[in-house]
Design a protein around this ligand. Structure first.
Ligand code: NDP
Length: 492
């Protein structure tokens, strides 16, 4: 691991709460250490909010909502574009913070920055379309006139995880602001640094005080208080299925809306007619990008039996040669896992896979010493009852099984409580389309890497999601629908 590759972080790091347009201390003076996952050293301590700080932030957002909801779509589009330009201008700084705090290779952090810019620009365009006064609804055989208006949902709570800080935030924040909502954001306790810097960019874009508030802190203190706060109209959450369930239960107490983006256990289905080079690239990208810490990881490989020996041999070679190390070093393909609990969890899964009788084909190299580095790992002939086949691992662990017929592949891919994404690799276009129709997943890629365009949609079937992010769906998640019926004439 090359120590010289690390940039010097000579910029000031944001460590305070951002409430009502000011960087402020928490009521309790609690602090949280933020750890560099490559070295296990504390980078800095950030202020940790408490329920009292959540209350302050929600009340500021509630006051700000009165004026913000009256702004035109065009005005809000102007702010969103200014944020996109601010992210662009500070892109390298944000990417470096992301790699420092999350551990992903710097090239991946730059992709994240590009995604954030594209998301703010897209929702700026969409906000611009909101200035149509009302949509007329045709009602046959009535002289009454009905119209539909879309109004902002109110104060919204955004709770985001640590695997794609900034990106998951942008997917929620941009549509929430476009819709005219005001926001209290809770970053993950593990990765507050990029989120706080993003807040500073939003501040510089001139957003009125209280429109965005950021309260770092723990899930049990800040997250739970935000979910239960009576002035919060809606919670949008990305994270684990277990916490998603808690968020939904807590939100039920005050009947607030929830959007949930939870786990996945997704498949990549490789047919015998696939281009082998493409298949290898798509399997590796789908399983090891961000060290596999993706809800969309296609970590289950289903390969048609006749192609299995060739694909497994090629994959084993690629997995073994994965360059793991410092996210800032040239040529590094995989950084450490983002935090210690995740590091320990992934090690437990690898041990479970071995104990359950899966064949360990390769456990690749990883640097010795400090840091949450896990060797990229590949199992074949994985029993379908094994936890490594059924549960979301969220780490660099690939599991391979063979299939005989298209129907077998569909059944195996759909045999999961999740339904987020799937990838199909085949030269047969008709088969690709049949598979896209049969797979229970919110996103299907055919011969394609995991491209996500802000114009489309994000979310899945079954336990993977409630609602959809991105596209017009992401905006609609932060809107209320109001119908107004007008009598044709008021009798004298
Ligand atoms: P969590 O679901 O615990 O964390 C996600 C966010 O929710 C964090 O901001 C967390 O805060 C917050 N949170 C935690 N408890 C509560 C609560 N009671 N009420 C409201 N908010 C809360 O995920 P983990 O970070 O623990 O990761 C565990 C597993 O979750 C992973 O192994 C992976 O399988 C899955 N996961 C899925 C993600 C996805 O994109 N779908 C993303 C991240 C994880 P804090 O960080 O302070 O605990």
């Amino acid at each position: 691991m090359s120590a010289q590759a690390r940039p010097v972080f000579d910029f000031p790091l944001r460590t305070r709460l951002f409430i009502d347009g000011s960087w402020c201390a928490p009521e309790t003076r609690q602090r949280l250490p933020v750890v560099d996952p490559s070295t296990e050293e504390t980078i800095v301590e950030v202020d940790a909010g408490s329920p009292a700080d959540v209350d302050r932030a929600v009340r500021a957002a509630s006051r700000a909502f009165r004026a913000w909801k009256q702004t035109s779509g065009a005005e809000r589009a102007g702010f969103l574009r200014a944020i996109a330009r601010g992210v662009e201008a500070h892109g390298e700084h944000l990417a470096a913070l992301q790699s420092l705090n999350n551990g992903k290779p710097i090239a991946e952090s730059r992709i994240d920055v590009g995604d954030v810019i594209a998301t703010f620009d897209y929702y700026a365009d969409l906000a611009q379309t909101l200035d149509v006064p009302e949509e007329a609804i045709a009602i046959p055989s009535s002289d009454h006139r009905a119209v539909i208006r879309r109004e902002p949902a109110g104060v919204v709570g955004l709770i985001v995880p640590w695997n794609f800080p900034m990106v998951t935030t942008a997917w929620k924040l941009a549509p929430a602001l476009a819709a005219g909502c005001t926001v209290v954001l809770k970053p993950s306790e593990f990765t507050p640094l990029p989120e706080l810097e993003l807040a500073a960019i939003v501040e510089r874009a001139g957003l009125p005080p209280g429109v965005l508030n950021v309260v770092p802190g723990t899930g049990t203190e800040v997250g739970a208080a935000l979910t239960m706060h009576p002035l919060v109209s809606k919670v949008s959450f990305t994270g684990s299925t277990a916490v998603g369930e808690q968020v939904m239960k807590a939100a039920a107490q005050s009947i607030k809306g929830v959007s949930l983006e939870l786990g996945g256990k997704s498949s990549i289905v490789v047919f015998a007619d696939a281009d082998l080079n493409l298949a290898v690239d798509l399997v590796v990208g789908g399983a090891f990008f961000n060290a596999g810490q993706m809800c969309s990881a296609t970590s289950r490989v289903l390969v048609e039996r006749s192609l299995a020996p060739a694909l497994i041999a090629r994959l084993a070679d690629r997995v073994a040669r994965t360059v793991v190390g410092d996210p800032f070093a040239a040529g590094v393909q995989m950084g450490p896992l983002t935090n210690r609990p995740q590091y320990e969890r992934v090690q437990r899964f690898i041990a479970r896979g071995k104990a359950d009788g899966a064949s360990l084909v390769v456990q690749g190299e990883a640097p010795d010493g400090a840091g949450y580095f896990v060797k990229p790992t590949m199992f074949v002939d994985v029993p379908t009852s094994s936890a490594v086949w059924r549960e979301e691992i969220f780490g660099p662990v690939l599991c391979v099984r063979s299939f005989d017929t298209e129907d077998d592949a569909i059944d195996a891919a759909n045999d999961t409580e999740f339904g987020l994404v799937a990838t199909v690799v085949t030269r047969d276009e008709a088969r690709g389309e049949r598979m896209a129709g049969a797979l229970q997943a919110g996103v299907v890629w055919i011969n394609s890497p995991q491209l996500i365009f802000p114009q489309t949609s994000w979310g899945g079937y079954k336990k993977s999601s409630i609602g959809r992010e991105l596209g017009p769906f992401g905006l609609a998640a932060f809107q209320e629908i109001k119908q107004i019926v007008r009598a044709a004439a008021v009798p004298d």
